[in-house]
Ligand binder design. Structure first.
Ligand SMILES: CC(C)(COP(=O)(O)OP(=O)(O)OC[C@H]1O[C@@H](n2cnc3c(N)ncnc32)[C@H](O)[C@@H]1OP(=O)(O)O)[C@@H](O)C(=O)NCCC(=O)NCCS
Length: 223
């Protein structure tokens, strides 16, 4: 995918290897140990899983992991990818886009990446995802920006969730954080609303977002 179309290009600090493409354009390569995970999956899920794993291996290689090509990325019971010792990463996919990041844990201990179609949240999803603090933040924005910002909050929560999971191994509901967005600066700050592992109540994760081609991508790295 040419550089101009890549949403991920300026989202994460130097040293973090990021791969992004259209799922159909990825010459996918699954390793035998990964096959059982999607043995009974429908074609769409096979495509997203295989393209995500393939890009994750390329990202691991870019991050300096020597055995990337033969490393099967299995998953834990919460579906979180299991990275090789000394490395971490994140995988995301949606219709038309797949991306993966990988890095040495000597640089950052956690990373999160999320991509979503830009379409606004349905009323039902908004109710489930947005806390009163999110709602108050959205109400302070210009009304024309609120639909996009609502979807951005959703993506930022999933991104921050993936990042914190590497450190806490804890599943969090959407009420665990509220998100502040700065649409001009293309940044977001996810605020923990309760203590989770090493993250105290009020602790924050600050990330960046990019928007284009009907997609929004969020990314965060935590040292
Ligand atoms: C797991 C979850 C975040 C995935 O997000 P999504 O938008 O549905 O899908 P994405 O394509 O962006 O991400 C899926 C990938 O995330 C990764 N992933 C799944 N669970 C993960 C976890 N606990 N930690 C880190 N990464 C995880 C996997 O690589 C997965 O792809 P794969 O199954 O092909 O390997 C989402 O399904 C979920 O369960 N959300 C509820 C938890 C949450 O977000 N809480 C908000 C706290 S404020």
């Amino acid at each position: 995918m040419d550089e101009a179309r890549r949403l991920s290009s300026k989202l994460l600090p130097a040293g973090i290897a990021v791969q992004e493409d259209e799922p159909r354009a990825v010459a996918t390569r699954l390793l035998p140990a990964e096959e059982p995970v999607i043995a009974r999956a429908v074609a769409k899920r096979r495509m997203e899983y295989a393209s995500g794993r393939t890009l994750a291996r390329r990202a691991l290689e870019g991050a300096g992991f020597e055995h990337a090509a033969s490393f099967a990325i299995l998953q834990d019971e919460q579906r979180a990818p299991l990275w090789p010792e000394g490395f971490t990463g994140s995988i995301t996919h949606t219709v038309g886009r797949v991306a993966a990041a990988a890095l040495s844990t000597s640089l950052f201990r956690g990373v999160g990446l999320d991509v979503e179609r830009e379409a606004p949240l349905s009323e039902g999803v908004a109710k489930r995802v947005l806390t009163p603090e999110d709602e108050a933040m959205l109400a302070r924005l210009r009304s024309a920006d609120r639909a996009f910002a609502g979807k951005l909050v959703f993506s930022a929560k999933e991104c921050a969730y993936k990042c914190q999971y590497a450190l806490t191994q804890t599943y969090l509901g959407f009420d665990a954080m509220w998100v502040e967005v700065d649409l001009d600066a293309s940044i977001f700050i996810a605020h923990f609303q309760r203590e989770v592992g090493e993250f105290a109540e009020g602790a924050t994760l600050e990330g960046r977002f990019a928007r284009g081609e009907g997609l929004v991508m969020t990314a965060v790295a935590y040292a």
